[in-house]
Design a protein. Structure first.
Length: 115
């Protein structure tokens, strides 16, 4: 069974940085588009960043210039590097992998930005 396991969340002060990791198993990782979503309390889940199988990246406007998505196909892992964090970045962050009709989710990791 495919598994996506996120790690790297935690409590950080405004202006700080975190790196989230998404380790994939039992899937041909390199062919999947990998996404990071987030969901804040009382809000809908939103797409934060996408990286295609060829390495092309896209970001939602609110994180452009602060977040970087990357992948290491040799390690079957996707990353989300988050800099200049703001309180409004507080959310549960989810890793997602998609390839045609296949769609997999991780369980999420909490990111809290607070002083």
């Amino acid at each position: 069974q495919v598994q996506l396991v996120e790690s790297g969340g935690g409590l950080v002060q405004p202006g700080g940085s975190l790196r989230l990791s998404c380790a994939a198993s039992r899937m041909t990782f390199s062919i999947y588009t990998m996404n990071w979503f987030r969901q804040a309390p009382g809000k809908q889940r939103e797409l934060v960043a996408t990286i295609t199988s060829s390495g092309g990246a896209n970001y939602t406007d609110s994180v452009k210039g602060r977040f970087t998505i990357s992948r290491d196909n040799a390690k079957n892992t996707a990353y989300l590097h988050m800099n200049s964090l703001k309180p409004e970045d507080t959310a549960v962050y989810y890793c997602n992998g998609r390839w045609y009709g296949l769609n997999y989710w991780g369980q999420g990791t909490q990111v809290t930005v607070s002083s």
